[in-house]
Design a protein around this ligand. Structure first.
Ligand code: FE2
Ligand code: FE2
Length: 189
């Protein structure tokens, strides 16, 4: 994203019928809070299975960063009076289940899960930084910072052998599809 094509104001390219700029920003905060919540639950599920294994420390470090991301978005939800997603109880269960299920397949499958989720979040955050204008420079900086962390998580997963997981393409394809659906839903409800 070059500086010249940066939007001056969030939503200034909006078409008739599109949500207002304020609603667009609320949607972004809502989905990001939901996503960070889901990510924290995925890592919690992984740690429940692999916490004492050799990848325990690596997973714990990523989990701590997700916790920080979540706390920042929890703060923004409160501060800007965003209605949180009503799907939080679903992400509570589904996130943990996804983390635990992939961890039960093995450490490499857990890492494949991380790669899949983080790739989707990377694209999601990249899209947001393009849409956020200079009127939302602080929020944009947060999204950019967290996006860098998510890319690092993906690289950690790859370094830890994600691609050697059984049925890697199938597994990551399914998790990416699920993550995109979760993003779509959490933006709206
Ligand atoms: Fe995160
Ligand atoms: Fe992450």
């Amino acid at each position: 994203m070059s500086e010249t094509s940066r939007r001056r104001r969030t939503g200034d390219d909006r078409l008739p019928g599109d949500p207002s700029p304020e609603e667009q920003i609320h949607r972004m905060i809502r989905v990001d809070q939901a996503g960070e919540y889901g990510a924290a639950r995925i890592y919690a599920g992984q740690l429940a299975v692999l916490g004492h294994g050799k990848s325990g420390p690596v997973i714990r470090q990523m989990a701590a960063q997700e916790q920080h991301h979540l706390e920042v978005f929890d703060g923004l939800v409160a501060e800007r009076r965003v209605r949180p997603t009503v799907l939080q109880p679903l992400w509570h269960v589904a996130g943990f289940a996804l983390g635990a299920a992939t961890a039960l397949i093995g450490e490499k499958a857990a890492m494949a899960c991380t790669v899949a989720v983080e790739e989707v979040i990377d694209a999601h955050y990249a899209e947001q930084t393009e849409r956020l204008g200079d009127d939302e420079a602080d929020l944009r900086a947060i999204v950019e910072e967290f996006r860098a962390d998510e890319i690092e998580h993906r690289d950690t997963g790859l370094r830890e052998g994600a691609e050697e997981a059984p049925a890697y393409e199938l597994l990551t394809g399914a998790i990416k599809a699920g993550s995109r659906l979760a993003i779509w839903l959490s933006t709206r409800i």
